[in-house]
Design a protein around this ligand. Structure first.
Ligand code: ZN
Length: 687
């Protein structure tokens, strides 16, 4: 399971699932102060980059491990292109050849459009949008495209014996014809899912045939008493050849052999510098799996991997997520290399370790408090390299493995990726959102200075303590609140976090040392709840999503409760509306009262009171304000989707031996994509 960032929205305004180590943040290091997080924006995409804080403090052996695993992470890039659609490598190579070798005029608008199209193909690992899965188009004429091919003449990925005319006849409809492969993944009810989907997991096989094939496979495993728990079909393409349906397995010597051999080559090097015996075993079992394609070895690997909790460096590498297959059986290839963020993990642990103190001092009726409470610890990692389906669009959290039986028997690893959310955050600082919606420059400055840390601490308190606090009264089952249960539960966890953000205990525990931190969190929470989250609601619609209901409920109710004292103020400036807090300390007490009431509602299962609160504050949208917010947001022109380019690890050698690994942060998106295509591309055009 990957936790993706919520699109269409700046992370500072979200409850990101993350924790931040502010000591480690690059803003404290003057040498990297001017690091550019946002690199470029085109179509509906923005390209960012991330830093790898802490890499320099790794041991040489750990650095080497990261380096080899990173090489393995980018070696599989071609696989994903081919999995997404069988013509994707042909299209990519065609476009790259024009970009690199066309000698004619590059200034016309149409050529520029082709460059944007190429960037989009790189981003989506194919011709279908990475999120909507719909085919997108270059916006130029076929004739112009054909002219570019003819004038470039050589270097195109022709099939054996194919001439340029035949090649053009084959590739042009793939790119331009809206009837050819319109969707990578179709979920249209009533239609054959496989025949309507362009993804390359099945060839000439209908939905029914695929279903029957895997039912038979499972039944014969039961009959022969072989492993019945394996994830049947996970690592193969199902094809019908001469009327016979068979699997082409992804492995060395099988489908995608050329790329998988490279992955194995680098994994083998990584095994040689593993941090400990257990980690060595983990990597070796992954190699065995890639060599054999045997899914029971894949499970064996996952069991070993999930138990590797001591190693500092860790990784994800394999055919893992099945979002790209309409039948949900087959997995796309992905990789992520990472290491533990010790400081951020420690802070989550500090909060967890004091869970009982927070519970005992909570502003709720003592009979609703837990006498014994356990905080949940979250692990935080630093991503060092992204590959396959994690690149360039990147998850902000990972919860693996996916096999239910392994999760049940052996547990799972759940991590948040701190340097990625930090980069999202930093990249969004320049997008104008804050300047547009913050009431004053002081507020904007406070947010810039402390916003990232503040929202991460909030998440810390929400996840590690908030949800686990409180208890039901005897006789309350817990399901009384029905459809209002989920926004109310989120509100309870948020209020717990908001209340304690402003508590002296936070500074006592050394979690921050300036009250600007919690003030920034209050400002952004209220601003978001009353105004900016409306950018995600379509005109005329009400709020349905639980987290959004929760935020508007809290902000709107707090506004109401503080109205006579003017604690929160709706202000007007130059014909625009703003919301600002006049008394932060009074707001803390209001949050405490709200927490007490929502805890009571939950503990007693008071459905009517819960419903009334959600309906009164969390659902309806002020139409005039909404219209205004949407208008102001549109002018900012913020790309809804984002992705990251990778850092580059460069070995420093002396007499043929690696003495150090340097990390570099390139800024050129196209440069990285072309480098990967030149130096890390191993598959033939047609597989
Ligand atoms: Zn929650």
């Amino acid at each position: 399971m990957l936790i993706m960032k919520n699109n269409l929205f700046s992370i500072t305004l979200l409850l990101s699932l993350t924790l931040t180590s502010f000591n480690q943040m690059p803003e404290n290091d003057p040498s990297v102060k001017k690091f550019n997080f946002l690199l470029e924006q085109f179509a509906d995409l923005k390209i960012m980059r991330y830093q790898v804080p802490g890499f320099d403090s790794l041991s040489l052996q750990q650095k080497e491990l990261v380096y080899y695993l990173s090489q393995a992470a980018i070696a599989g890039r071609d696989i994903l292109f081919d999995q997404n659609y069988k013509y994707n490598l042909a299209v990519r190579r065609t476009l790259e050849n024009i970009l690199l070798n066309y000698k004619g005029d590059r200034n016309p608008e149409d050529f520029q459009k082709l460059i944007v199209y190429t960037k989009r193909v790189w981003f989506s690992s194919g011709i279908h949008h990475h999120y909507s899965k719909d085919k997108f188009y270059p916006g130029i004429s076929k004739d112009y495209f054909e002219k570019l091919i003819r004038e470039t003449k050589v270097g195109f990925p022709l099939r054996e014996g194919q001439d340029l005319d035949a090649f053009i006849a084959e590739i042009v409809p793939v790119i331009f014809d809206s009837l050819v492969a319109p969707k990578a993944v179709s979920q249209e009810a009533g239609k054959d899912l496989l025949l309507g989907s362009a993804c390359n997991f099945y060839e000439g096989v209908s939905e029914k045939e695929a279903e029957d094939f895997y039912i038979d496979l499972k039944n014969s495993a039961i009959k022969n008493e072989t492993d019945t728990l394996i994830s049947f079909g996970l690592n193969s393409r199902l094809v019908k050849k001469n009327g016979i349906i068979q699997e082409e397995v992804y492995k060395v010597g099988g489908l995608y052999s050329e790329a998988i051999s490279q992955i194995v080559f680098w994994l083998d090097k990584a095994a040689g510098v593993a941090e400990n015996e257990h980690q060595k075993k983990v990597i070796e079992s992954l190699i065995r799996y890639y060599n054999t394609g045997d899914l029971s070895i894949w499970d064996e690997y996952n069991v070993l991997w999930v138990k590797d909790l001591d190693s500092h460096v860790d990784f994800v590498n394999g055919f893992i997520e099945n979002y790209g297959d309409p039948m949900g059986l087959k997995a796309t290839w992905e990789s992520m290399v990472n290491f533990k963020d010790i400081i951020a993990t420690k802070r989550a642990e500090t909060i967890s370790a004091n869970a009982q103190w927070f519970e005992d001092h909570s502003p709720v009726n003592p009979k609703f408090r837990k006498t014994r409470v356990r905080g949940v610890s979250a692990k935080v990692i630093t991503a060092a390299q992204l590959g396959g389906d994690c690149y360039p669009a990147t998850p902000i959290g990972i919860n693996l493995p996916n096999a239910d039986w392994i999760r049940k028997e052996h547990g799972s690893k759940s991590v948040t990726i701190e340097n990625i959310t930090y980069a999202y955050d930093q990249a969004s600082l320049g997008n104008g959102m804050l300047e547009e919606f913050a009431f004053s420059t002081e507020e904007a400055e406070l947010a810039k200075k402390y916003g990232s840390l503040a929202s991460n601490l909030h998440t810390d308190l929400h996840e590690c303590l908030g949800h686990g606090s409180g208890q039901l009264l005897a006789g309350t089952r817990g399901d009384e609140l029905k459809n209002y249960g989920s926004p109310l539960e989120e509100a309870r966890a948020d209020l717990f976090a908001l209340y304690y953000m402003a508590d002296p205990k936070m500074m006592e525990l050394g979690l921050f040392d300036n009250k600007g931190v919690w003030m920034a969190e209050y400002n952004s929470y209220i601003r978001n709840g009353l105004m900016t989250q409306l950018t995600r609601i379509e005109p005329g619609k009400t709020i349905e999503q639980a987290h959004m209901r929760c935020r508007q409920l809290i902000a709107g109710w707090a506004y109401e409760l503080g109205k006579t004292e003017n604690v929160i103020q709706m202000a007007e400036k130059d014909g625009k509306s703003y919301v600002t807090i006049n008394n932060h300390s009074a707001l803390k007490e209001i949050f405490g009262k709200m927490l007490a009431e929502i805890q009571r509602i939950k503990s007693e299962g008071d459905y009517e009171a819960g419903r009334d609160l959600v309906e009164k504050y969390g659902v309806q949208v002020d139409q005039d304000l909404h219209k205004q917010v949407l208008g102001r947001f549109k002018k900012l022109n913020i790309a809804p989707y984002g992705g990251f380019i990778n850092p580059v690890f460069v070995p420093v050698t002396k007499n043929g031996k690696i003495t150090d690994i340097r990390v570099e942060y390139p800024e050129d998106y196209s440069g990285q994509m072309l480098d990967y295509s030149r130096n890390h591309s191993f598959l033939p055009t047609y597989n």
